[in-house]
Design a protein. Structure first.
Length: 654
C-alpha cells in the first residue's frame, strides 16, 4: 500500500491567486507528499519567494514549467512516467479569468480545452483523485435554487468565462476517472486571517470609490446602501483549506461541493460592513432601490429603449471606475445551498467564516496595499503604453517625457518644432530610441492638421495624450493690442490646437485599457490673478471642455484629467522678470503631481491653495477677490521682503 511519501499532489495554475494558497495548505496537510506545481514560465523564483515569505513548506515542492493548452500539459515523458508510477492527486486550478477583457476564444482554449487536456493526463497516469476548481458563475442567469439537475438546463451566461467553466464541469461529469470532485467556489476575496493577500478585483473594485466618498462626506451624514442580490463570499484561505480537506478522502464517482460562507450577504450588507470598517458607523439602507433596479433589469430584457438606457448607465459607472461586469455580478438571480458541504467541513473541524468578523482586516489590508502601491502602480500603468504629447522638449513636459521613459512606455510621439532642444532633453536618457518627433507648430492650424494626418496615416496606437504645451502672456487686458493678438495666440495654443488633437486622437483611444487625455492647466483658473485674466480664460475653457467631454463620450473608456499646477520654475516663467525670483514649484514636484493624477484618472487635480480659493469663492466671492488680489501682490514682492528681512537681521547681528 503506497505511503504519503510516494504520493504526488499535482497543482495546475499553481502561481495563481487560489493556486498559491493551495500550495500552502497542501504543504501543511501533506508534508511528506511531493507537491508538483505546474506554472507558466518566468514565475518560478517569485513563487518560491512568496511561499518562503509566508513560511510555506517548500522542501518537497517541485516547480515545473507547463501549459494546460499543450499535450500532457507540456510535461516531459519522464515526469509523466513518474506520475503513473505513484499515487497522484490532481488539483486543476489553471483558468483564464478576466471579466473586464473577455475573450471567448481564449476562454474556451484555456478553460475548456485545458480541462480536457488535464483530464486526459489524469486518466493516463491513473490519478487517484481529480479536483476541478469551478465557480458559482456556472449557473449563469438561472433564476431560483440551483441543484445538479439544472447543470444541463442553463443556456445563458453573463460572460464567456462563466460559460467556459460550465463546459469544463460537463467534461468532468463525463469523465471515466473513478474519483472526481468539482468545487464550486463563491466570490473569492482575500484571506480572512490578515486581509493582506487578495486580488484587486470583484468587491475590491468598489473600495477606491468608497474611500473617496468616505473622505469627502462628513461622518455625521449616513451613506446609502442598496440591498440588491446575494453574493456568496469565500475567503481564499478558507477555499484552499476546504479543497485540501475534502479532496484528502474523495468519494467514488463524482462529488460536487459548494464552498462559500454559510451566511450569504447582500451587496448592501457587504457595503455597510466595509463602511463600518472604514470608520463610518452610520449608513442608510435604501433596499427599495435594489428592487427597483432588479425590476428595471427584468423589463429591459424585452425593451430595446430600456436596454439602451441600462447600457448607458453601465457606461457612466464604468467611466467613474466601476467595471462593467461588476454591475451584473452584484445582482445574481441564482441561489445555492452549501448545507451538505458545510456539514462535511464541520465534521472535519473546519467552520464557516463570516465577513462581519474579518471585514475590518479586509479593508485595512487593502489600505495597506494602496499605501505601498504608488510606485508599483505607476510602473504597471505606464508600462507598454503608446503616448502622444505636446511640449515634451521643455519645462514640465520635458520632465514628464523623461518619467514616461523611466516607467517603460512603449513609444512617445512628441509634437513639436525644436529637434535640438528635444535632443538635449534626451541626451543620456535611457529609452530615447522610443521617442519620435513629429513636426508640429501649435500656432499654425495647417501644421497641426498635417501632424494629425501623419499620425492617422501611420496607423498609430494611442493610449495616452498629454497636452503639456502652453503659452502664457502676463499682461492686463488694457495693455494688450487693439486686435487682441496676444489673446488669439494663447487661445490657439491653449485651447484650439489641443481640442483638434483631442477630436482626432480620442477615436483611436476608445476601448483601450486605461486610456487618458491629460492637460496641464493652471492655478490661475482657481485664483483671480491680476495680469493673467486672458491666460486663465483660455485654460479655463479647456478645463470646462474636459469636464463635459466624458458625458459626450460615455462608454468610450477614455478619461479626461486636468492638472491645475501652481507656478513652476520653467523657461516659460523665467522670461517673466517680475516672477523670476519668487518661490515656485520645482519641475520634479510638478511631474509628480501630473503622474499621480494620470494614474488615478481623477478629472481634476491640484494643490491645497487652489482648492481653498475655490471654496472661498463659493462662500464669499468678494472676500475671495480681495484676498486673491492682495495675496498675489504680496507674492510677487517676496524677493523684496526677503532682502528687507536679511538686511534687518544683518543689522541686528552687527
Amino acid at each position: 500500500m503506497p505511503t504519503e511519501a510516494s504520493e504526488v499532489r499535482l497543482v495546475t495554475g499553481a502561481a495563481g491567486f487560489l493556486g498559491r494558497q493551495l500550495l500552502l495548505e497542501l504543504g501543511d496537510r501533506h508534508p511528506a507528499a511531493t507537491i508538483l506545481a505546474v506554472v507558466r514560465g518566468g514565475v518560478e523564483d517569485e513563487l518560491r519567494a512568496w511561499l518562503t515569505e509566508r513560511r510555506g513548506r517548500t522542501e518537497r515542492l517541485e516547480v515545473v514549467v507547463g501549459d494546460v493548452t499543450q499535450e500532457r500539459c507540456g510535461l516531459d515523458a519522464r515526469t509523466v512516467a513518474r506520475l503513473a508510477a505513484t499515487k497522484t492527486y490532481v488539483y486543476h486550478c489553471a483558468a483564464r479569468y478576466d471579466l473586464e477583457r473577455p475573450d471567448p476564444e481564449l476562454d474556451a482554449q484555456v478553460n475548456v480545452d485545458g480541462t480536457r487536456t488535464v483530464l486526459r493526463l489524469a486518466e493516463e497516469v491513473g490519478a487517484a483523485g481529480f479536483s476541478l476548481m469551478s465557480s458559482v458563475a456556472v449557473a449563469g442567469t438561472y433564476h431560483g435554487v440551483w441543484t445538479e439537475e439544472h447543470l444541463h438546463e442553463t443556456h445563458a451566461w453573463r460572460s464567456s468565462y462563466a460559460s467556459s467553466k460550465h463546459r469544463a464541469e460537463v467534461l468532468v461529469h463525463e469523465s471515466t476517472l473513478p474519483s472526481r470532485s468539482v468545487f464550486r467556489l463563491g466570490v473569492l476575496v482575500g484571506d480572512e486571517l490578515t486581509g493582506t493577500y487578495f486580488k484587486p478585483d470583484g468587491v475590491y473594485s468598489f473600495f477606491g470609490a468608497i474611500r473617496k466618498i468616505h473622505e469627502a462626506v462628513p461622518l455625521g451624514v449616513p451613506l446609502p446602501t442598496i440591498g440588491w442580490g446575494a453574493i456568496p463570499l469565500c475567503p481564499v484561505d478558507h477555499a484552499a483549506r476546504a479543497v485540501v480537506a475534502l479532496a484528502a478522502a474523495p468519494d467514488d464517482g463524482l462529488t460536487v461541493h459548494h464552498v462559500f460562507e454559510d451566511e450569504v450577504l447582500r451587496a448592501g450588507d457587504i457595503m455597510r460592513l466595509v463602511l463600518e470598517a472604514a470608520g463610518r458607523p452610520r449608513s442608510a439602507e435604501v433596499s427599495w432601490l435594489g428592487h427597483l433596479v432588479q425590476g428595471f433589469n427584468e423589463r429591459a430584457e424585452h425593451d430595446g429603449v430600456l436596454t439602451q438606457l441600462k447600457n448607458d448607465a453601465i457606461d457612466i459607472l464604468h467611466d467613474v471606475g466601476v467595471p462593467r461586469y461588476l454591475v451584473g455580478e452584484l445582482n445574481q438571480p441564482t441561489q445555492f445551498s452549501n448545507a451538505a458541504t458545510s456539514a462535511r467541513l464541520a465534521a472535519l473541524g473546519i467552520g464557516s467564516p463570516a465577513f462581519e468578523q474579518y471585514a475590518s482586516r479586509t479593508w485595512h489590508g487593502w489600505l495597506a496595499h494602496e499605501a505601498r502601491a504608488p510606485g508599483r502602480r505607476e510602473l504597471e500603468f505606464f508600462r507598454g503604453k503608446h503616448v502622444v504629447m505636446t511640449g515634451g522638449s521643455s519645462g514640465v513636459g520635458a520632465g514628464i517625457l523623461r518619467r514616461l521613459l523611466e516607467h517603460g512606455v512603449a513609444s512617445v510621439v512628441v509634437l513639436g518644432r525644436n529637434r535640438k532642444r528635444l535632443d538635449d532633453v534626451l541626451e543620456y536618457q535611457p529609452g530615447a530610441e522610443r521617442v519620435e518627433l513629429v513636426d508640429c507648430d501649435l500656432l499654425d492650424d495647417a501644421s497641426v492638421g498635417a501632424a494629425i494626418d501623419r499620425l492617422a496615416q501611420a496607423g498609430r496606437e494611442v493610449d495616452l495624450l498629454v497636452l503639456s504645451a502652453g503659452l502664457s502672456i502676463d499682461r492686463p487686458l488694457r495693455d494688450m493690442s487693439a486686435d487682441l493678438e496676444e489673446l488669439s495666440r494663447m487661445t490657439q495654443v491653449n485651447f484650439v490646437a489641443p481640442m483638434r488633437l483631442v477630436r482626432a486622437l480620442v477615436p483611436l483611444m476608445a476601448d483601450r485599457p486605461d486610456a487618458r487625455v491629460v492637460t496641464l492647466s493652471s492655478i490661475a483658473t482657481q485664483l483671480d490673478v491680476p495680469g493673467f485674466s486672458m491666460y486663465s480664460a483660455t485654460k479655463a475653457a479647456l478645463d470646462q471642455a474636459f469636464a463635459v467631454l466624458p458625458s459626450e463620450l460615455t462608454g468610450s473608456g477614455v478619461s479626461f484629467v486636468s492638472v491645475r499646477l501652481p507656478l513652476v520654475k520653467t523657461p516659460m516663467t523665467n522670461v517673466n522678470i517680475r516672477l523670476r525670483n519668487v518661490p515656485m514649484l520645482s519641475v520634479g514636484a510638478a511631474v509628480d503631481m501630473v503622474v499621480a493624477a494620470t494614474v488615478s484618472g481623477r478629472r481634476s487635480a491640484g494643490g491645497a491653495v487652489g482648492r481653498s480659493f475655490e471654496v472661498l469663492k463659493l462662500w464669499h466671492p468678494v472676500l475671495a477677490s480681495v484676498v486673491g488680489n492682495l495675496g498675489w501682490k504680496g507674492y510677487v514682492r517676496v524677493p523684496y521682503f526677503s532682502r528687507v528681512v536679511e538686511a534687518y537681521l544683518g543689522t541686528g547681528r552687527r
